[in-house]
Design a protein around this ligand. Structure first.
Ligand SMILES: [Ca+2]
Length: 504
C-alpha cells in the first residue's frame, strides 16, 4: 500500500468515526401548543394559571426568552417550521379553510422526512392545518396527499382547526371511525345537508358567537364551514385533548424501541375552548385559562409516559407554540371579561396576527437530560424555522441544497452550548418585521394588517423601529430619530427577501 492510499484510508476511517459519533439519535418530541402566549405559563411569569408540568420541564431544561414562530398565525407558522422556508415566500400559505388542498409539495424535504431518513419513526398527532389532498378532499375515500406523503409514518390529525369543519379526525388516509352509511360532505361556500346553523339557530348553541363561526352546529358549537354526515366520526370537543394525548402516548409505546419523532400539535388553547369538565374552574379566567391547565396536563401525561418507559434521558423534548395569544377569537367565552391581571403576552406588545413581538415570540423550552443544562435561561435569538437545519445537524443528516432555504443551524444554542443563535430573523404578522440583535424594524403596514395588529388607527403605518434591549414592549418608535438604522434594516430585509437564505 503506498503512502497516499494509507493516508486516504486513514482519512476515511477518521471521517467515518467522526460522522458516527457526531450524529446523535435521541427520540424527539415536539410539543406544539396553539395560540399560547409568551406570558401564559408559570415559568414565563403567569400566576393566574398553574402549569406545574411545563414548569418542571423548564426546571429540567433550557428556557428561551427570544424564540420565535415564523408567523403570527397558524398555517404559515406550521408551514415554515416543517419546511424551513418562510411562508411569505409562497402564495396560498395564509390561514386555510378546512377543505383546502395540501400546501406542501410531496417529496419536499420536511422536518419529518429528514428525520425519517435519519432512521426515525415519525408521527404527527393533533392539529394539522396545512391542507389535505390535491383539491377539495373527498372525506369518504382515501385522503391524500397529506402527512404520510411528507415524511410522517403515522398521523392522527384534526384536519384544520377545532372551529372549522370537518369536525372529524383523520387517521393516516381515512376519517377515523368512519361509517360508510353516513357519508360526509363539507362545503365552505354553501350549506350542505339540513343540520342547523349557528346563524339561524343561536338558541341551540352551548357557546355563543362573537364573530363569524355561524355555520353548521356540531356538538352544540357552530363552526366555520358547513358539513353533513359522519355522525359517528365527529369529535367531542370536551374529549379532544384526551383523545389526541392518548394517540400521542400510544405512538410512544409502539415505537419505544426505535428512535422516534413525535410532532404533538395540541388543539389547546385554540377556540372553541371547551376543556374537559375536570378542568372547568381550574382557573378564574374561564375557558381560556382552563384550557391552559388542560394543555399542561397533556404535557404531563406525555412526560410521564417517557418516564414510565425509561426514555426521559434519551429524549429531546421541545415545547413551544405556533403564535401569540388572542382573547376574543370569535366565541363569547369570557376570555376578555375574566382575564383579571393575567398578561397572555407577558411584557410584549401585540399577540396573534401581530408583527409586534407578542405575535411570534413564544415560550420555548428544550429538555434533554445529560445534554442540555437544567434550569437555565438562554437569550439566543432562535426560530422554530431552524429546527430543520438544527435537528439535521444533530442527527448527522445533510440537507439537499434546495431544502429549508431559511433554516439556520442553531443547534449549539438549542443545546445550551452557545449563547448565540441567529444573527437576524424575519417575523411575519400582517406585514414583515426584521430582527437583528437588539434592533427591530416593522415594515409599513397596509390598513388591513394595521387593523389585525391591534392598531386603533387603521391608516397605513410608516415603518417602525424599536430597540428591544431598552424597550421590549415596543412603545418607543425610533424610526424618525434613526433613519440610518431604518435604512440598514430595510436593506437587510430586502436582501433576505431576494436571497432565500441568510448569509452564513
Ligand atoms: Ca395558532
Amino acid at each position: 500500500m503506498n503512502i497516499y492510499r494509507c493516508v486516504f484510508t486513514f482519512v476515511m476511517i477518521v471521517g467515518l468515526y467522526s460522522t458516527t459519533t457526531a450524529a446523535e439519535r435521541p427520540n424527539i418530541v415536539l410539543i406544539y401548543a396553539d395560540d399560547i402566549g409568551y406570558g401564559d405559563f408559570g415559568s414565563y411569569g403567569a400566576t393566574a394559571v398553574k402549569t406545574p408540568n411545563i414548569d418542571r420541564l423548564a426546571r429540567e431544561g433550557l428556557r428561551f426568552t427570544d424564540a420565535h414562530s415564523a408567523a403570527a398565525v397558524c398555517t404559515p407558522s406550521r408551514y415554515a417550521m416543517l419546511t424551513g422556508e418562510y411562508a411569505w415566500r409562497q402564495k396560498g400559505t395564509g390561514i386555510l379553510p378546512g377543505d383546502a388542498p395540501l400546501i406542501i409539495q410531496p417529496g419536499r424535504t420536511t422536518l419529518a422526512s429528514m428525520l425519517r431518513d435519519a432512521g426515525y419513526r415519525t408521527a404527527v398527532v393533533g392539529k394539522w392545518h396545512l391542507g389535505l389532498g390535491t383539491e377539495h378532499p373527498n372525506w369518504n375515500a382515501e385522503i391524500k396527499p397529506g402527512p404520510l406523503e411528507l415524511g410522517f409514518d403515522y398521523c392522527y390529525i384534526i384536519p384544520a382547526t377545532g372551529d372549522r369543519t370537518p369536525c372529524v379526525y383523520v387517521e393516516n388516509h381515512r376519517v377515523a371511525n368512519y361509517d360508510p352509511a353516513d357519508p360526509i360532505e363539507v362545503n365552505y361556500q354553501h350549506e350542505v345537508g339540513n343540520e342547523p346553523t349557528g346563524r339561524e339557530h343561536p338558541e341551540l348553541l352551548k357557546m355563543k358567537l362573537s364573530l363569524g363561526h355561524d355555520c353548521t352546529i356540531v356538538n352544540g358549537i357552530s363552526r366555520i364551514g358547513y358539513m353533513t354526515g359522519g355522525k359517528k366520526a365527529r369529535w367531542i370537543d370536551e374529549d379532544m385533548a384526551d383523545t389526541i394525548t392518548r394517540q400521542a402516548i400510544d405512538f410512544i409505546h409502539r415505537e419505544k424501541d426505535h428512535p422516534f419523532f413525535l410532532y404533538f400539535a395540541t388543539h389547546d388553547i385554540h377556540v372553541p375552548r371547551v376543556p374537559h369538565p375536570r378542568f372547568r374552574g381550574a382557573t378564574s379566567m374561564g375557558p381560556r385559562g382552563d384550557a391552559i391547565a388542560e394543555f399542561d396536563s397533556s404535557v404531563g401525561q406525555v412526560l410521564a409516559t417517557l418516564n414510565e418507559l425509561k426514555l426521559t434521558d434519551n429524549t429531546l423534548v421541545i415545547l413551544t407554540s405556533d403564535n401569540g395569544p388572542v382573547l376574543d377569537d370569535g366565541y363569547a367565552d369570557g376570555a376578555v371579561e375574566k382575564l383579571g391581571d393575567h398578561k397572555p403576552a407577558g411584557p410584549l406588545r401585540g399577540g396573534k396576527s401581530s408583527a409586534f413581538e407578542g405575535g411570534t415570540r413564544e415560550p420555548f423550552i428544550v429538555r434533554w437530560p445529560s445534554h442540555v443544562p437544567a434550569g437555565q435561561t438562554s437569550d439566543a435569538l432562535v426560530g422554530q424555522i431552524d429546527l430543520l437545519a438544527s435537528l439535521s445537524a444533530l442527527t448527522g443528516q445533510k440537507l439537499p441544497n434546495h431544502a429549508g432555504p431559511d433554516s439556520v443551524n442553531v443547534l449549539p444554542a438549542l443545546l445550551g452550548e452557545s449563547p448565540n443563535g441567529r444573527e437576524s430573523l424575519v417575523e411575519q404578522g400582517g406585514t414583515l418585521a426584521i430582527r437583528q440583535g437588539k434592533w427591530k424594524l416593522i415594515e409599513s403596514m397596509d390598513p388591513g394588517a394595521a387593523k389585525s395588529s391591534g392598531r386603533k388607527n387603521k391608516k397605513p403605518a410608516p415603518a417602525m423601529l424599536f430597540n428591544l434591549a431598552d424597550d421590549l414592549s415596543e412603545k418607543n418608535n425610533l424610526a424618525a430619530q434613526q433613519p440610518e438604522k431604518v435604512k440598514e434594516l430595510h436593506k437587510l430585509l430586502d436582501e433576505i427577501r431576494h436571497a432565500g437564505r441568510l448569509p452564513d
